[in-house]
Design a protein around this ligand. Sequence first.
Ligand code: TYM
Length: 328
Amino acid sequence: MSIIFSGIQPSGNLTLGNYLGALRNFTKVQHDNECYYCVVNQHAITVPQDPKLLHQRTRELAAIYLAAGLDPEKATLFVQSEVPEHAQLGWIMTTLSYVGELERMTQYKDKASKRGDSIPAGLLTYPPLMAADILLYQTNYVPVGDDQKQHMEITRDLAQRFNRLYGEVFTIPQILLGHDGTRVMSLQEPTKKMSKSDDNTTATIYLLDNPKDIEKKIKRAQTDSENTVRYDIDCQPGISNLIEILSAVTDKTHEEIEAAYAGKGYGVFKKDVADAVISVLEPIQNRYQELVGDPELDRILDAGAAKAHAKASVTYEKVCQAMGLFRK
Ligand code: TYM
């Protein structure tokens, strides 16, 4: 039995990328492992958020976790800000981080470049908070999409740095990539990842999109004039993205998909991709509608925060002892 931790930011409507790259794997590993899944609302505030919307999205994200198949009897589901050790250890991890290594993070560079002179310092110190999330639970594996590789590397570096300086307190976690490290790309700019914060909503399939919209978006997805269903990221990035999506939802290999669509046009292929995506998302959407207004959701989150706190406080106490952050 391993310890698993992962988190998703409540910073927008969840996308097919979040589901295929991360959420789907959370439910797969919950049966044989000790799992902690978190709504990382303190990460979301590294860029400005509307308070009402953040509150609403936090609840919605928790309901989506459950609708996607997370079993609260098996896994611990909680909200980051309700377990104070995250921010407490986050500060300690910040003191161990070097400005240079934080400035080299590609996610920081991308997000900072859009903020002119007013770059929130929290964008820079995002990775030490993420490291704290993971290390508090003595995590062995972190299921995430491949865009989180760099954050996982710095988490491991910080854990090793701490252990070297203050003694062996932290388990060194490993990344757990799903289905070939699925990275779902934008439907309109297929060289860019599909993102919940993309302004162009036709580029993104949201988990709660209705079937008609899903079909429309996939039909209009940017492709090429080759008219051959072939996986070739460099020459046919749009079609390759759709092959990757179909492969992830049907568990078929790229080769099996290429063979099935040999001699057929993009129209037939796109219709099948849309049908396959809809058949995976529809049951999640139905469960979500039942869960989101249910007071049971609060009971699950309260119990989750208590369980997470019990585990996190043990590690945090060890950290304080190791560093001399205690009086008696
Ligand atoms: P976030 O909220 O951006 O995304 C949540 C998860 O979805 C994955 N993902 C994708 N996978 C494939 N294709 C895509 N287009 C795509 N877009 C997003 C992400 O890899 C992620 O696994 N830093 C994290 C949140 C976090 C966290 C943590 C994760 C904070 N603390 C501790 C794990 C452990 C993030 O921004 O995820």
